[in-house]
Design a protein around this ligand. Structure first.
Ligand SMILES: Cc1cc2nc3c(=O)[nH]c(=O)nc-3n(C[C@H](O)[C@H](O)[C@H](O)COP(=O)(O)OP(=O)(O)OC[C@H]3O[C@@H](n4cnc5c(N)ncnc54)[C@H](O)[C@@H]3O)c2cc1C
Length: 266
């Protein structure tokens, strides 16, 4: 993803790095460069992160922001721009942070919540569970074992599944097998992009859900194949300005990535 840090960006110093598991690192960012940074208050909000020596950004969920300390949880995978940096010696480094955006937006009359995601979605799921305690909630999380302690204690019913392999996800099959609750609710899901595309089709064609009833976002793409990173920021802003729903915006984001795959020739 390729946006350049600009006038609406901040700098932050990495104050601490903690290992949450073999696969997840917590970064605590702070310092005077974050003055004026504002949370949207939307619990799945994310920021673009630019690490030292780079101009490309990657997107990370704001796990928490208390007005001084910004916490991001970073999945460690085989190789990557942020992964390589975060597993090195990042404490003391200064990073770039862009404006926060969020898309979790249940209809006011939603009677229940369903949350589904892989390890990259765990920070957002944890924050949604902390903030939305008013609705009966079911959660499906696909992670390697050892992440149960990262979800808050709530009345939500949580099902843990394991990914089929490293850098793989089988979440589409999990969702297709879900016993759907009665009544109108809100379905939120994020994780590997091809799984999300499959689920969007499932929700539209099999379940015939209105677009306001779900939010499904591709957070990462599995290694291999031709790919062209697409910055979701401008697509999101243009979609919002045009009055599009989140589902329509994320579908256009997928289409832009697919067009890149076909045309990139990489
Ligand atoms: C709105 C949004 C919120 C997000 N929130 C988070 C978050 O809170 N925490 C988080 O860790 N990620 C989050 N992500 C996903 C993260 O932005 C991507 O995983 C990103 O590609 C990681 O960057 P990188 O520099 O480590 O790897 P890249 O340089 O982007 O990719 C290098 C290689 O790794 C592969 N790869 C990328 N991500 C993964 C992965 N997760 N597992 C296996 N292989 C991978 C790629 O296919 C590529 O081959 C979010 C994404 C979005 C769009």
């Amino acid at each position: 993803m390729t946006s350049r840090a600009d006038a609406t960006s901040w700098t932050a110093e990495v104050r601490a790095r903690t290992s949450l598991s073999e696969h997840l690192l917590r970064l605590e960012l702070g310092g005077p460069g974050l003055a004026g940074f504002a949370s949207t208050g939307i619990p799945d909000e994310w920021v673009p992160l630019v690490v030292p020596g780079q101009f490309q950004s990657r997107y990370y969920t704001v796990r928490s922001w208390d007005g001084e300390r910004l916490v991001l949880d970073v999945v460690v995978h085989d190789e990557g721009l942020v992964t390589g940096w975060a597993t090195g010696d990042p404490v003391g480094d200064v990073v770039g942070i862009g404006p926060a955006k969020g898309s979790f937006d249940p209809p006011p009359d939603a009677a229940w919540l369903m949350l589904v995601g892989d390890l990259t979605a765990l920070p957002a799921i944890a924050r949604i569970l902390e903030t939305r305690t008013d609705l009966p909630t079911r959660v499906w999380v696909e992670t390697p074992p050892g992440h149960e302690h990262l979800l808050p204690a709530t009345s939500a019913e949580v099902t843990w599944t394991s990914p089929p392999g490293p850098a793989e996800s089988g979440l589409a099959a999990v969702v297709e097998g879900i016993d759907w609750p009665d009544g109108e609710g809100y379905f939120w899901m994020s994780g590997e992009s091809s799984q999300m595309r499959a689920i969007r089709k499932h929700l539209m064609r099999e379940r015939r859900l209105p677009s306001a009833a779900y939010d499904v976002m591709g957070y990462w793409r599995k290694p291999g194949g031709r790919r062209r990173p697409v910055d979701p920021g401008p697509i999101y802003a243009a979609g919002r300005a045009a009055g599009e729903s989140d589902a329509e915006i994320w579908a256009r984001y997928d289409a832009a990535q697919e067009a890149g795959d076909e045309g990139s020739g990489q």
